[in-house]
Design a protein around this ligand. Structure first.
Ligand SMILES: [Zn+2]
Ligand SMILES: [Zn+2]
Length: 239
């Protein structure tokens, strides 16, 4: 079928809008639809972090000898342990930023696929880290919820959408110290649903100091959860 030139130009422009043709990582033409605009070569270079890390909070270590980081020794977090697929750097960070800040919702599924290695045995409920109403309005979607939904569907573990609510907007955590982050988040979340005896998996996109995860765990434990584990796509050393 012959497409009129004006129409084909329109289709090309729409496709260009939907799937920008240049991979932001290598500047080559995009050859993927599912994880566009990142090309297949760059996407396949995303690697799981397999180096040494803290057994509790998963912060990466330079040394194989350390087991638990000094922060977890000084003040153990309220979550039992955290797992992250990778390190927040390179193509993985690029993909998360496109997904989270530039509306690339289609990346939810391929990014969530990185979480599926996590062993969900013993987990009773999956709870996403929530956004405030204002945050949800401005972003249009909750990036953690979409990841948690794919995980829940694929692993057949119930998703508890209202397990946590963010009841007020908080300042961006960027540039804040761990103590300032904790203060910024104090009282920002509530867990309105009883989760008595539930082992909860809290899902988020990126974990930095763990203060969000800790505050969420505090609320979930307060609502009766017997344990809260944390699963994120990436671990950031500082943001
Ligand atoms: Zn590329
Ligand atoms: Zn630690």
């Amino acid at each position: 079928m012959r497409v009129p030139p004006r129409l084909s130009g329109l289709i090309a422009r729409i496709l260009q809008l939907l799937f920008p043709s240049v991979c932001p990582s290598c500047n080559c033409a995009t050859d993927s639809v599912s994880h566009a605009p990142i090309c297949r070569k760059c996407w396949s270079g995303i690697r799981k972090y397999r180096g040494p890390s803290c057994r509790i909070c998963a912060t990466p270590f330079a040394s194989e000898d350390a087991v638990v980081c000094s922060d977890c020794i000084r003040k153990p977090p309220l979550f039992s342990h955290a797992s992250s697929f990778g390190i927040y750097e390179g193509v993985l960070a690029e993909a998360i930023n496109l997904y989270k800040f530039h509306g690339a919702r289609r990346l939810a599924k391929p990014l969530a696929a990185f979480l599926l290695d996590f062993d969900s045995a013993g987990i009773d409920a999956v709870v996403p880290v929530p956004l405030s109403l204002a945050g949800l309005r401005s972003r249009g979607f909750n990036q953690s919820l979409l990841l948690a939904k794919v995980f829940s569907d694929q692993k057949n573990v119930p998703l508890v959408l209202d397990g946590l609510l963010k009841c007020r907007e908080t300042k961006p955590q960027i540039g804040l110290s761990a103590a300032e982050r904790a203060k910024n988040l104090k009282g920002a979340f509530e867990a309105p649903k009883r989760l008595d005896g539930c082992r909860v998996l809290l899902v988020d996109d990126v974990m930095t100091t763990g203060s969000t995860a800790n505050e969420c765990a505090k609320q979930l434990l307060g609502s009766g959860a017997s344990e809260v584990a944390v699963l994120t796509l990436a671990r950031a050393s500082s943001l």
